[in-house]
Design a protein around this ligand. Structure first.
Ligand SMILES: [Zn+2]
Length: 160
């Protein structure tokens, strides 16, 4: 399989490295070795499945940062990536790979856009997550970190 590394988003690189033969022990490696693991990871999952996992990985991260994680989404994430430390390591190595194997312009667009929640999003597809309070003065809504960006861009007439 020929894999153009510039066509892989940072999340896709993280997923590819996670499923590759990259050892868990943190140690330096050559760019050639890193490239070989990236390709191996893509080969193991297949391009489509790897991209699907990467969209879910990005969605999980966004919900995690916003602290609005549904337990079902968390459970599926842990099923897919049972080793959290390895996932963190893969994410660091993915970041390291970016300066050596730059993302193409097209990939940079996908890098922002390719995000998906594996299950029911806390916003329910409305792009706003409601935090109701028995006192309406304390109720508020949060722009969904996954579905909100596209909505905001659409309002501004921008192609995201
Ligand atoms: Zn949402």
């Amino acid at each position: 399989m020929t894999v153009d590394l510039g066509s892989l988003t940072s999340a896709e690189r993280t997923v590819a490295l996670y499923v590759s033969g990259m050892p868990n022990q943190r140690r330096r490696c050559t760019p050639e070795q890193l490239a070989a693991w990236l390709v191996q990871g893509v080969e193991r999952l297949g391009m489509n499945e790897m991209r699907r996992w990467a969209r879910f990985y990005s969605g999980h991260r966004a919900l995690e940062v916003a602290r609005v994680m549904p337990s079902a989404v968390q459970a599926r994430h842990e099923q897919r990536f049972p080793n959290g430390r390895r996932l963190e390591w893969a994410s660091q190595m993915s970041a390291n790979s970016l300066w050596r194997f730059e993302m193409s312009a097209e990939t940079l667009v996908r890098n922002r856009r390719d995000i998906e929640v594996d299950g029911e999003c806390p916003c329910g597809g409305t792009a706003t997550i409601d935090f109701p309070d028995c006192d309406p003065d304390f109720s508020f809504g949060l722009v969904c970190p996954v579905h909100g960006a596209a909505t905001i861009a659409a309002h501004q007439g921008r192609i995201y």
